[in-house]
Design a protein around this ligand. Structure first.
Ligand code: PRP
Length: 216
């Protein structure tokens, strides 16, 4: 009997990124009808014909699933890949989900970044913030981990500045803050488990090839 092709499993970061990823996959003939039902509480979706499985998870968990091989492939922002530092292959820049990782704060806090003063930095990205201030700017800082609405940090004087993603800049503007320094550009990336990349090389390479053609 012919051996059945094994399932390739995709982990997608919940939200806008997942929607864009599904659109992109659909454009190369990979669809998952089950996933479009917004009222469903199902966590995992299958395309039997192509032997593919998909699940949604919190963004920061995507590289975890991929490193451990619970998912072969993941799609997540490069901000999260950098922050999590997991052992995965980053194989493709998908070109959407573009934004910037920045140091932000009230305009007058710009001064504090010039003189290597000890400052407080609030962020959802403590590793990224630490790497930037310690290794690039050689400035000793106190990093405070927050889980969201980071812009509150300087407003309520929890911190002097924040390290966060800026997309349109409207959250900053509406809260009287601005970009003080840019750390790096961000976009959605496809990541692959290191063993899967060997074991399923042909299927994964074909997929990457089709996606690359589509987005170029
Ligand atoms: C992100 C980020 C900023 C905002 C930037 O927050 O942390 O707050 O989006 O977008 P903008 O430049 O277009 O205003 P998110 O919406 O993910 O929510 P969170 O603050 O709860 O993390």
């Amino acid at each position: 009997m012919k051996e059945e092709m094994r399932y390739l499993t995709f982990a997608l970061g919940k939200g806008r990124l997942a929607e864009k990823t599904l659109e992109l996959l659909e454009s190369i003939g990979i669809s998952c009808e089950e996933m479009k039902d917004k009222s469903s509480r199902k966590l995992i979706f299958v395309n039997e014909e192509l032997r593919l499985r998909f699940f949604l998870s919190k963004g920061p968990d995507v590289p975890t699933y991929v490193e451990y091989g619970a998912a072969d492939i993941g799609v997540v922002g490069s901000d999260i890949i950098r922050e999590e530092g997991r052992r995965v292959y980053e194989v493709l820049d998908l070109g959407f989900g573009k934004c910037r990782m920045c140091v932000c704060g009230p305009a007058q806090a710009g001064e504090l970044l010039q003189h290597h003063e000890m400052i407080r930095v609030a962020s959802k990205y403590p590793n990224t913030a630490k790497d930037y201030f310690y290794n690039k700017k050689h400035q000793t800082v106190d990093i405070i981990k927050l889980n969201g609405s980071v812009e509150l940090g300087p407003i309520v004087r929890l911190s002097d500045v924040i390290v966060d993603i800026v997309e349109t800049g409207s959250t900053l503007r509406e809260n009287g803050l601005c970009v003080l320094e840019e750390i790096c550009p961000i976009s959605a990336r496809m990541i692959v488990n290191q063993v899967s990349m060997q074991m399923e090389a042909e299927r994964i390479r074909r997929l990457i090839g089709k996606l690359r053609e589509k987005i170029s």
